[in-house]
Ligand binder design. Sequence first.
Ligand SMILES: [Zn+2]
Length: 171
Amino acid sequence: MMDSSKLPIRHFINSYRFLSNFYEKELFYLENGKFKSAEHAYQSTKARHFHDFEMIKMAETPEKAKCLGKKVELRKDWPFIRTQVMLNIIRRKFKDKDLREQLLNTGDADLIEGNKWHDNFWGVCLCHACRNLYPGPQNNLGKILMLVRDEAREEEEWLKDAEPDATGFPH
Ligand SMILES: [Zn+2]
């Protein structure tokens, strides 16, 4: 049981679907509103115009949000802020108690968004051509998830230590 958690998680599907940005759960991801998925939050944030932001935010599915995100005019600073935006969204996503617990349950497993759509920035494309790319894949979403997992674990440990002990140490 303990050892199996050390195996890398390369596919955000089935019981690991919650790691995907396409996982749908209505949450407050950002200060600017409520989003149906991390993908909705990420894609809408890239929009330069408010009406585009609103349109993407309201998209029926994460797939549609992603598709719309490719069509809108981008914020000028987008390339420079997108990684930080993603980190903020993922931090917000895993404030959810249930999701946080699931994330912590992945232990020390490497988290890698394996894909077939040649995304080597956020994940790792598993196609033959991408396998020989130099430099190699960056797996930035995986790295963000692991960072947020470390933060969550540290916080849990800190809270445990801060709680009163059995002798009834007062608050
Ligand atoms: Zn590829």
